[in-house]
Structure formats: C-alpha cells, structure tokens
Design a binder for this molecule. Structure first.
Ligand code: ADP
Ligand code: MG
Length: 237
C-alpha cells in the first residue's frame, strides 16, 4: 500500500487571552491511499482541528503535514487553496450549502475553479445529483429539501470533481438513524468506486465501523489506533 498522508509530531495550541489550549498534542499518523479512516473522539478532543489541518485550513503550531509530495504545513495560502480545490472534497455536519442556489448550482459551483465550461459543469453536477438519488430535485433550493437530501447535495458537491481525498466532519450529526446509514453507505460507496481516500470525523461509535482503521482521539492526543476486523481493506461494506 502507498502512503498518502503523513502527519509528524503535529501540535496545535490556541491562545485565548492568557489561556493556552492545546487542541492537538504530538500527533503522528500515516494514512494510505484509498484508506477509510474514522477519527473518533468526544466533543473537544481535537477531531475538527486535525481534519482542518490536514485540509490546509489551519496551520499547525509545530509539526509536519505531508500529502503526496506536498508539504502542506510549509505552503503559502494561495498554493494551499489551489491544492485544496484540486485534491480535496468536504462534507460538513451542517451541509454548508449556499441557500440562494439550487442543488444543481451548488454542485456545479464546486467545479468553477477547475476551468471547466459551464455547460459541462452543469452536466457533471446533474449526473452526480442523479447518482445520489436527487435527479428530481435539481432545481430545489436547500430550504426546500430535507436534511438527508441536503446532505446528499453536499456529498454530490464533495465528489463531483473526483478529488483524491474526501474529508467529512460529523456528516450524519444532524440526521436520524435510518438516514445516517443511507448517507454513510453513499459516502463510503462513492469513495470506494473512485478509489478515493476518506477521512471521517465522528463521536458516534456506530459510524466508526465504516473505517478500515479507527483513530481514537482524546484530549488532543491519539489514544489508540484500531484495525477494523469487519471490513476488508479496499472493499466497501
Ligand atoms: P472536536 O471537533 O473533537 O469537538 P475541536 O477540534 O473543535 O474538537 O476542538 C479541540 C479543542 O480546541 C477544544 O478545546 C476547543 O475548544 C479548542 N478550539 C478549537 N478551535 C479553536 C479556536 N479557533 N480558538 C480557540 N480554541 C479552539
Ligand atoms: Mg468538531
């Protein structure tokens, strides 16, 4: 297996006035290409901080983040933004869709940076929305859709450009149990189809079964890493 992401002695300290908050402490981890990783931990354990750091959204206080041949921690904002637009897709707990745009426009927007003509973007967005089961909701605005449907739109947006890595931060945190399972099957199924690397943050042990490996975070440190015996590497469940 080929290493894709390497985290070395990562540390993140936030300063709030006189107070020092150690959000991440000495994180070292290697993630392989096409691996599904679940970052599991209680609220405040540093999951989102770690995810944002891997995506280049925040700089570490100390340590290294290397993705492929890119030293993310050393790159300037412009280069990191370019890297992200080309290589990374995001799914958030609160969907983060643009309320004034239709489902189609929200998904198509994700491709604007890739110099793809509008007609082609719309075609790709339409296919992606059909793939996530929203072929009949193309022109609906987020407020005209259920939570599960909105998350499907955001999944379509994350996957439409077939990024190498998809990050999901508590993607089912606002959904009921049945919808949670549908959404998790959709995310893992799509990542599997396109040989993508998937990193999912959750506080829910039931979600963690979708990972090839489960990384337990506690107070900003890795407590343990567990191989998932019930999933065969490289296969969707
Ligand atoms: P999780 O996603 O696991 O709930 P976070 O990564 O959001 O945890 O937060 C880890 C710790 O860092 C928490 O104690 C949180 O309060 C703190 N923290 C996160 N972001 C900031 C910030 N921008 N400024 C100050 N403290 C922060
Ligand atoms: Mg969080």
């Amino acid at each position: 297996m080929e290493e894709l992401i390497r985290l070395k002695n990562l540390r993140k300290v936030y300063r709030m006035g006189d107070e020092k908050i150690v959000a991440l402490n000495d994180i070292t981890l290697s993630i392989e290409k096409e691996e599904f990783i679940c970052l599991l931990g209680t609220s405040g354990s540093g999951k989102s901080t770690l995810l944002n750091m891997m995506a280049g959204l925040e700089k570490p206080t100390r340590g290294e983040i290397i993705i492929g041949s890119y030293p993310i921690h050393k790159m300037n904002e412009r280069d990191v933004t370019k890297f992200r637009q080309k290589n990374v897709g995001f799914v958030f707990q609160s969907y983060n869709l643009i309320p004034t745009l239709s489902a189609l426009e929200n998904v198509s927007l994700g491709l604007t940076f890739q110099r793809i003509p509008k007609s082609k973007r719309d075609k790709m967005a339409k296919k992606m929305l059909t793939d996530v089961g929203l072929g009949k909701r193309l022109h609906h605005k987020p407020s005209e859709m259920s939570g599960g449907q909105q998350q499907r739109v955001s999944i379509a947006r994350a996957f439409v450009g077939t990024p190498k890595i998809v990050f999901a931060d508590e993607p089912t945190g606002n959904l009921d149990t049945k919808t949670t399972m549908e959404i998790m099957n959709l995310i893992t199924g799509m990542a599997y189809e396109s040989n993508q690397t998937l990193i999912i943050v959750t506080h829910d042990t039931e979600i963690s079964v979708y990972g090839h490996r489960i990384v337990y975070l506690r107070d900003g440190s890795i407590e343990k890493v567990e191989e998932n015996q019930n999933i065969i590497k490289g296969e969707a469940n």
